[in-house]
Design a protein around this ligand. Sequence first.
Ligand code: 6PG
Length: 248
Amino acid sequence: MKTTTTEFGTVCVGATEELFAELTSFGVGAWLAAERGRFAWALAGGSTPKAWYRWCVERGALPERLLAEAHWFVSDERGVPLASEESNFGSAARLLLDPLGAPVERRHPWPVDGSPDAAVAALGQDLTAVVGPGRCFSLCLLGLGDDAHTASLFPGSPLLGAATGAGFAAIKVHGKGWRFTVTPTGLASCGHLVIAALGPGKAEAVRRVFCGSEPLLAVPAKVFRVIGPRTTWLLDPAAAAACPQFLA
Ligand code: 6PG
C-alpha cells in the first residue's frame, strides 16, 4: 500500500482487500485506545461503506468484544425511516450490525421522525452520554461524493462557513430533503476520521480535493485540511488515478 502525507491527511492507496483490512485495523485500534465503554464508531452512507460492511460480515473481521462494547452512530442521515433503503443507519444495521449481532441498546440512529432540531439535540445528548462532554465520535467513517461532498456537507452548504458552533446540524438540502449531519466543528472533535472511496467515479472528486485550487465551499471534502493529522484516506488506484503522486 502506498502512503503519502498531505495537508488533508494521510492518503493510502491499495487494493480493495488491503484498504478494507486497514479500515478494520483502524476500528480495532481506536477501540483498544478508547476508555472502556466509551468507544463511539460512526458509520456512513454510500457505496464504499456498504461494500466494507459486506466484507466484514463475510470474514467475521470485527472482534466479538468490540462488537459487544462499541456504540454505533452514523456521521449523517436522511429524513427517512430506518426501514428505508435510503437510511444510512438502516443500511448499516441490515448489512453489518444485525448480521454481526451488535447489541440493540448500543445503536444510536438519528431520531429523524420528530422535529429536526430535536433530532440534533437528542443525538448530541446520546453521544455525550457515551464519550463525555466536548468530544465527538472516537472514529468517524466517511464517504466521498462524486461532487466532493462528505457527510451531508454539500457544495455551497452554509455549514461549511462555520468553523465553530454545534457539532451536529439539521439542514434542508435542495432536491434532497432534510439531512442530519456532523458539522466541521464536530469533525474537528472526532478522535480519528477515515474517508473511504473506491472506483473511477471518485477520481475527479479526489483530484479536486488534492490537486485543485477551488475553495472549500465548492469542494466540501477540503474540510479535512484543519484535521489533517487525524485523517486517513483509503483510496483504490482507480479513485486515485488523477493524482499520480499517490500512485506507486
Ligand atoms: C449520504 C452519505 C454520503 C456518501 C457519499 C458517497 O448519505 O449521502 O453519507 O456522504 O458517503 O455520497 O456515496 P457513494 O459512495 O455512494 O458515492
